[in-house]
Design a protein around this ligand. Sequence first.
Ligand code: PLP
Length: 439
Amino acid sequence: MLPEIKVKPPGPKARAIIERDDKLASPSLIKEYPLVIDRGQGVWIYDVDDNRYLDFMAGIATCSTGHAHPEVVKSIQKASEKFLHICATDFYYSGYTSLLEKLCSYVPKMGPKRAFLTNSGTEAVEGALKLARYHTRRNNIIAFKGAFHGRTMGSLSLNASKVTQRAFFGPMLSGVLHVPYPYPYRCPYKQARNVCETECICGKALEKDWFQNYVDPKEVAAIVIEPILGEGGYIMPPTNFLKDLRRICDEHGIVLIFDEIQSGVGRTGQMFVADLVDVAPDILLTAKGIASGMPIGAFVAREKFMTWPKGSHGSTYGGNPVCCEAAVTTLNLVEKLLPNVRETGAFMKQGIVDMQKKFPVIGDIRGTGFMLGVELINPKTGEPDAKLADELTQRAFPKGLLLLGCGKSSIRLTPPLIMQREEVSTGLKIMEECLKELT
Ligand SMILES: Cc1ncc(COP(=O)(O)O)c(C=O)c1O
């Protein structure tokens, strides 16, 4: 199958909806391009004018099993016929328990665990921050430059990727300190790339600089990190840095929190990056891909860290019964998709590497599986080319390819985990055509 554009988007039906929506929706919404979805099937999306698009972004890495996967849809239908809500904070149901069992079976290196189910990613971040503060009786949190953790006050305070997300919303949560995130292509400490990749100094700088000059580690409750940076540019830190963080947290009694809301649930070819890099956090955050798009998230903590008492934390909708069933079905499917993510993801990455030989505007290619970042640059200066990244996304859309940017000038390639080689080739051909037209 190929993309099919019957009428240049936005077509008449799409324009009519956009016109109505634009009058009423909050102007804070971004709306990357004028896609008005009617339905989705697998890796394909149809708009209201019946144009067919290939999906290279999966609703921001969320539609893990593809659009409207029949098994996920069936589990939603079955669950919704039984009951829609009862509140897991106060009562029991088997879907909730089954999802806890599933989540607590991942990342075995964390040892015995307990989990808390939420409605969203940001609610998982908020809960984890509360738990870390409660458990350690400490206040300060270390986060990273380039980070994105959500839009409620706690998670927002951890963000440092785009100033518009923070501007005029202060005061932020007190005690948050942002330190450099390793970025081998543009090392914050100006190390050569090969040095950064093998002997990253960001962890050591945290000890030698930040802990000496800014904050006593004995006052730090948690280090919160995306083990692969999402919104900030799909940047993969060197493994030795994550190992350094583990050691530092162990030495000072700090809770290590991995925000795997974007990077988890099979996206890298492993269920979680924690497995990929063999570094176990104390709290693991998940959402997005966990239920193929149904609104649910979770934080999973080492059992010995879940020290808070009855009534100290809860949620009305967290772990909604319909979402729980969608999540269990999704996770069963994703477990079987991991080999495809590794193999087809490597094929996709090689395709971009081949493209880079023809287009020097492709400065960096990073990531693994179906979590790939492509950084666009001005080849004369080496500087990020944000305009080109935006133009590429905008130009691909009317050709039937859905892309999404991240960071200053990167494109994230995050298709549904079911994507096959043929579909990857189709999408890459369109990207190449766009780059030919633009450069
Ligand atoms: C790494 C990360 N953390 C947290 C969030 C917030 O998740 P949500 O939008 O479900 O609140 C996101 C969303 O993009 C994310 O990518």
